[in-house]
Design a protein around this ligand. Structure first.
Ligand code: ATP
Ligand code: MG
Ligand code: MG
Length: 406
C-alpha cells in the first residue's frame, strides 16, 4: 500500500482500531446545523472521520466536516450519501425513516439510533402513546381529528388546552394554546388544520421545566447526565442551569424518569429528555429528542464528557464516558436572533463582546448562513465554582436572562 494512503487513514483511525472497530469507519450525520458542527468538532478531536448531509450550502458543520449537498428528507440523497459511510446518525429527527430502513437493509449501513426509534419520536402522538404504555408519567393527551374530538378534549382536560402538531415540531412551532372554546378553530387552523395530524394535551401548571441528557449504549445500558433546569421564552429555550436548583429527591426522581424513558427506546446515542416539575413534586415527561439537544450544550465546558463525545462513543460502540460535572455551577444562555440580518448580527456581537470580558464564559457562534429573529445562532456557557457566582456572571452579560433564574 502507498505510504501516503496509510498516513491518510491513520490520521483518522488510530482511536478506532484500538477499541476494535473497523479502521476506516466513516460516520455520516444527517443534518449539518449547529448540532452536527459540535458533533463533528468532537469527532475531529477524537479521530473519527465525519461527513454531513445538509441542503444549505456552507452549512455550520461544513467548517469541520465534509458536506454533501442534499436533503435528509429525500430518499435518493440519503441513499447516495449512505453509500459513502459505514455508520449513520442524525442531528435532527425530521428525516425520512423509511429511507434509513432501506439503506440499513440494502447497503448494510449501521444506523444509530435505529430508524424505528426515529420514526416513533418524529410523531409526537406515537411517542406519547409509547411512553404511556411503558408507564412513564406524562400529561394526559388524546388524538384530535375533528371538532368533536376537540370538544371532548376540552371537556375532559379543561382549558387552557395545549394543541400540538404530531409532526415537524420544534421551538414551539407546532403548538397552539386553546384558552377557551371560542379559540379552538383558530388554534386548529394555525397548525394547518385537522388533516395535518394533531393531538391535545392537558395544560400542566409546572413550577419548573427540567431536562436530562441520557446516553444509551449499544448493549442497552443507560447513563444519565446531570439534571438541568430549562427556562423557555416564547416556547424557545433561553437558559439552562446545571445542576438544577431542586431538592435531592426531585433531582434523583428526574434522572430516574429520564432513564426509564430512554430505556424503553431502541438504538444507541444520546437522548434529550424534557420534563415538567409540578407543585406537588411530581415529574412528568414532556418529550424526548433522539440526539444531542440544546439543553445539553453546557456539557461541553461543564462535564467530564460532552454530550457530543458521549453520542459518538455510543454510536461507535465504545465505552461511555463520565457525565459528571467538573465545575460547581454551569449556566448556558442561547444567543437568539433579536432582529433579521445585519442588525441581528450586530446585537449578537454586543452580547458576545460582553461575554468575552467575563471570566468562565465561553462563546459558541454557529455560523449560520442567515440571522433571523428568534433563531438560535449561538450560545454562551458560563462555568463558576458556585451558583451565586454563575448567576452574577450571567447578569454581567444579560441581566434579563439572569433574572429568569429564581
Ligand atoms: P422543542 O424545540 O423542544 O422540540 P417543541 O416545539 O417540540 O419543542 P414542546 O416541547 O412540546 O414543543 O413544547 C414547547 C414548550 O411549551 C414546553 O417546553 C413548555 O414550556 C410548553 N408546553 C408544552 N406542553 C405543555 C403542556 N401540556 N402544558 C403546559 N405547557 C406546555
Ligand atoms: Mg420537540
Ligand atoms: Mg420541547
Amino acid at each position: 500500500e502507498a505510504p501516503m494512503a496509510v498516513r491518510a487513514r491513520a490520521q483518522h483511525c488510530t482511536a478506532i482500531s484500538e477499541v476494535g472497530l473497523p479502521r476506516a469507519a466513516v460516520l455520516g450525520i444527517l443534518g449539518g446545523g449547529q448540532l452536527g458542527k459540535m458533533l463533528a468538532a468532537d469527532a475531529a478531536r477524537m479521530g473519527i472521520k465525519i461527513e454531513v448531509l445538509d441542503p444549505t450550502p456552507d452549512c455550520p458543520a461544513s467548517v469541520v466536516a465534509k458536506q454533501t449537498l442534499g436533503s435528509f428528507k429525500d430518499p435518493t440523497s440519503i441513499r447516495s450519501f449512505a453509500e459513502g459511510v459505514d455508520i449513520l446518525t442524525v442531528e435532527i429527527e425530521h428525516i425520512d425513516a423509511k429511507a434509513l430502513e432501506d439503506v440499513m437493509r440494502d447497503l448494510n449501513v449501521d444506523v444509530e439510533p435505529i430508524p424505528a426509534t426515529l420514526r416513533l419520536i418524529q410523531d409526537k402522538l406515537l411517542q406519547k402513546q409509547h411512553f404511556h404504555s411503558a408507564g412513564v408519567p406524562a400529561a394526559d393527551f388524546c388524538s384530535i381529528s375533528s371538532p368533536a374530538d376537540l370538544q371532548s378534549a376540552m371537556q375532559s382536560f379543561g382549558t387552557p388546552l395545549m394543541l400540538k402538531a404530531r409532526r415537524g415540531a420544534y421551538d414551539g412551532r407546532g403548538n397552539a394554546v386553546v384558552d377557551e372554546a371560542a379559540d379552538a378553530e383558530a388554534a386548529v387552523s394555525s397548525l394547518g388544520g385537522y388533516e395535518q395530524g394533531l393531538y391535545a394535551e392537558r395544560w400542566e401548571y409546572f413550577v419548573k421545566e427540567l431536562a436530562v441528557m441520557v446516553a444509551r449504549s449499544r448493549d442497552g445500558s443507560t447513563r444519565a447526565f446531570p439534571v438541568v433546569e430549562t427556562v423557555h421564552q416564547n416556547s424557545i429555550l433561553l437558559v439552562t442551569e446545571a445542576p438544577a436548583n431542586v431538592p435531592k429527591s426531585i433531582y434523583q426522581q428526574a434522572q430516574q424518569v429520564a432513564e426509564k424513558a430512554v430505556a424503553c427506546l431502541d438504538g444507541a446515542g444520546v437522548f434529550g429528555v424534557e420534563m415538567f416539575l409540578l407543585e406537588d413534586g411530581q415529574i412528568l415527561l414532556n418529550e424526548v429528542a433522539p440526539r444531542p439537544h440544546n439543553s445539553g450544550h453546557y456539557t461541553i465546558e461543564g462535564c467530564a464528557t460532552s454530550q457530543f463525545e458521549q453520542h459518538l462513543r455510543a454510536v461507535m460502540g465504545w465505552p461511555l464516558g463520565s457525565p459528571d460535572l467538573v465545575t460547581g455551577s454551569c449556566i448556558m444562555l442561547n444567543i437568539l436572533g433579536e432582529a433579521d440580518g445585519e442588525e441581528g448580527v450586530q446585537k449578537a456581537h454586543e452580547l458576545m463582546s460582553r461575554a468575552y470580558a467575563v471570566p468562565g464564559a465561553s462563546v459558541h457562534w454557529y455560523g449560520k448562513a442567515e440571522v433571523a429573529r428568534q433563531r438560535k445562532i449561538g450560545h454562551i456557557t458560563i462555568t463558576a465554582p458556585d451558583r451565586a457566582t454563575a448567576v452574577r456572571r450571567l447578569a454581567c452579560i444579560d441581566s434579563e436572562a439572569a433574572a429568569t433564574l429564581s
